[in-house]
Design a protein around this ligand. Structure first.
Ligand SMILES: [Zn+2]
Ligand SMILES: [Zn+2]
Ligand SMILES: [Zn+2]
Length: 362
């Protein structure tokens, strides 16, 4: 893997990752203007968690015509400025022009107990999977995903080394139903100055389980799912995909390491291969099931980078699609958003069977 850094005129960096191809030549593709929005963290005192206030994001690029896609390779630098000034590339990472966290986040005035603020210091990166505009995570087969895993590991390592970064959150929003503003296949990494609340909740549950049993919670869940089998949807070396016992939404799937692996950096090559295979097969199964590209959010949970020693952080990736049937969206409504309790209209054992039936043959 070759990695080439380019510093843009607006102060943002960009990395070209090259595997088979030579590193691409950088064209002078005009300047993008870095957004100058104000970002800050406000403490929601009732919930005990931060809200990111980022006032420039309203102006971000929204579903541009394909000919003006800012993630496609630059065909002619004169035509329009793009994020990626090269004629071709394999995988590209760059700082988001409309970030929720930024390295130069302004100092904020802390208004005391009820109006606590904090700096939104961190980094938001866009990870472009391929130069192909109409692709997806799985459209190029297993090997592009395998390369993406190496890039994810590199971003996790580099961003996690920053002193202000407590958590590197890698994720993908797929599909307009999820609110995706650019259709070109890409994911993101948020290097955050705090451990996000969903992860903190998992840490607390894992700590209780560890105190009771001496075991890692996800290790025990994975072993139990594999023993029972009824919610397993697929497996490959070192990784298993299953519908969780208490799935929150229909067709929720978790992909977890079968051995205790805190982060991507703990995966030997054979397990990175296995993860690529499972992610590929899962997206194929999602797309085959109803004959359209299944939207989802993909969230990677792994070890926090705040230096705190926790016994049971265990790499897993959570997929939450918004559909409950082929033509019905599952809306998060009052009980979910107001009471915080999910109602799942499907049996996890049945959705696991549907996905197993759609799983590509080995
Ligand atoms: Zn594109
Ligand atoms: Zn574990
Ligand atoms: Zn999780």
């Amino acid at each position: 893997m070759k990695k080439t850094r380019v510093d843009r005129a607006d102060g943002r960096y960009l990395y070209y990752y090259a595997f088979d191809a030579p590193s691409p030549a950088v064209l002078d593709a005009g300047d993008m203007a870095r957004g100058d929005e104000h970002v800050e963290l406000r403490w929601n005192a009732l919930l005990g968690e931060y809200v990111i206030v980022s006032t420039g994001r309203q102006g971000r690029t929204f579903l541009p015509p394909d000919a003006y896609c800012p993630l496609c390779p630059t065909a002619s630098p004169e035509a329009f400025a793009t994020e990626i000034p090269s004629k071709d590339y394999e995988i590209v990472v760059f700082e988001n022009r409309f970030p929720s966290f930024r390295p130069d986040a302004p100092e904020v005035y802390d208004g005391g107990l009820l109006e606590q603020r904090a700096r939104a210091e961190g980094v938001c990166e866009v990870i472009v999977y391929s130069s192909q505009h109409d692709g997806s995570l799985a459209s190029g087969g297993v090997s592009p995903i395998r390369r993406l895993i190496d890039v994810w590991a590199d971003r996790y390592a580099e961003l996690g080394r920053r002193s202000e970064v407590s958590y590197v959150f890698i994720f993908e929003n797929r599909g307009r139903e999820i609110g995706v503003t650019l259709t070109h296949p890409h994911g993101q990494a948020y290097a955050m100055p705090f451990v996000p609340p969903r992860v903190e909740t998992e840490h607390a549950a894992a700590a209780v389980h560890h105190a009771q049993t001496g075991h890692c919670l996800v290790c025990d869940v994975v072993a139990s799912e594999r023993r029972r089998g009824e919610r397993i949807v697929g497996e490959a070396a070192g990784f298993v995909a299953y519908v969780p016992f208490a799935a929150r939404v229909p067709y929720e799937v978790h992909v977890a390491a079968t051995e205790h692996r805190p982060s991507l950096l703990d995966l030997p090559d054979a397990e990175r291969d296995g993860l690529a295979r499972v992610l590929h097969d899962l997206q194929r199964a999602y797309d085959a099931m109803w004959g359209f590209a299944m939207p989802y959010t993909m969230s990677m949970h792994q070890q926090a980078t705040d230096g705190i020693d926790r016994a049971s952080e265990h790499l897993h990736i959570e997929f939450l699609p918004p559909y409950r049937t082929r033509d019905k969206l599952k809306y998060l409504a009052g009980v979910e958003t107001g009471a915080g309790t999910y109602i799942n209209d499907t049996a996890p054992e049945a959705t696991a069977r549907d996905l197993r039936d759609a799983w590509p043959p080995a």
